[in-house]
Design a protein around this ligand. Structure first.
Ligand code: GRG
Length: 288
């Protein structure tokens, strides 16, 4: 199954290179910064989720690659902003100096806007390639705008650092991390003309997977080393994490529970849910 994920990741990477012009030095300073932000080596888990949901509903991955890059552009923009000195103040991202450390804060902020603007610009073409029914396009445009609002809201709640319980923290991260997972799965499903039950099931899966992913991220921040994380660990000091509230073992247990809940959402798909179940397994296993 790892090979399946890896080949989807490579397919997303080459689609991103088609859109952002390879690794060459061409373009001005902002174009270079934007390209670095989106092409630097990420796991591409959100577009992979989208492609797997598509496959579940018999949509070939090739149809969803462009739409997958739209979600990845929003994610890359959010990472650039998250690393800024006024936010997480991180020097390293994806094993490389954070974008603002290379190009300065002004260019990093512009690159994030550039990526968001590009995401909106690519959306209609991506929906046409995905063969998503035209009647859904206006709603999808609203969903793209809304997810950016959710990320901002989640980030603000996180920076405020007022979460006092696991439930509070789940609310923060349902917005900050979960919303983009749900969007990726939702759009992947739209391409496959799902029944209402299928649509709800993949979204429920993604909601729990997104939260599990964040809990695992917190565990790795507390226990991992900078080499495997591609960013400094211990970075979460100052904001409340699942590890603060539950300890490392408790957070691992929560991640496993969320992964298991995600999987139960897939029951109606039977055997066809194998790849998504494996993805949930991969996410949870990273914490151990
Ligand atoms: C305007 C888009 C926008 C956002 C503004 C800064 C912000 C609001 C939100 C931050 C959202 C954020 C960074 C959430 C963290 C989610 C998370 C677990 C990130 C790490 O994701 P990985 O592990 O990273 O998928 P890679 O590098 O593999 O892509």
């Amino acid at each position: 199954m790892k090979q399946v994920f890896e080949s989807l990741r490579r397919a997303i990477d080459s689609e991103l290179r088609v859109l952002f012009g390879g690794d060459g030095p061409e373009g001005g300073r902002l174009a270079r910064a934007t390209r670095e932000a989106v092409l630097s080596p990420g796991k591409r888990v959100r577009p992979i989720l989208m492609l797997l949901v598509g496959r579940l509903l018999a949509v070939p991955p090739g149809r969803l690659l462009r739409l997958g890059t739209v979600v990845e552009m929003v994610h890359a923009a959010s990472l650039v902003l998250d690393d800024l000195p006024s936010m997480d103040d991180a020097d390293i991202r994806r094993g490389r100096p954070a974008l603002h450390r290379v190009h300065g804060e002004a260019v990093a902020i512009l690159a994030a806007f550039d990526l968001l603007s590009r995401a909106h610009g690519e959306l209609p073409g991506a929906l046409a390639l995905a063969k998503v029914a035209r009647r859904r396009w206006a709603l999808i445009q609203e969903e793209l705008a809304a997810v950016v609002g959710e990320l901002c809201r989640g980030q603000d709640l996180d920076l405020a650092g007022e979460a006092a319980s696991v439930e509070d923290l789940e609310e923060v991260h349902a917005a900050k991390t979960g919303a983009l997972f749900v969007l990726a799965a939702r759009w992947g499903a739209y391409a496959g003309n799902p029944s209402a039950a299928e649509q709800a099931a993949v979204e429920g899966f993604a909601r729990n997977l997104g939260l599990a992913f964040q809990v695992v991220d917190d565990v790795l921040d507390a226990t991992g080393d900078a080499g495997t994380m591609g960013k400094p660990t211990g970075q979460d000091e100052g904001r409340t994490t699942f590890v603060d509230l539950l300890g490392v073992e408790g957070a691992r247990r929560l991640a496993a529970e969320l992964g298991a809940t995600a999987v139960t959402e897939l029951e109606l798909f039977g055997e066809r849910g194998t790849e998504l179940r494996a993805l949930a397994g991969e996410v949870v296993a990273r914490a151990s």
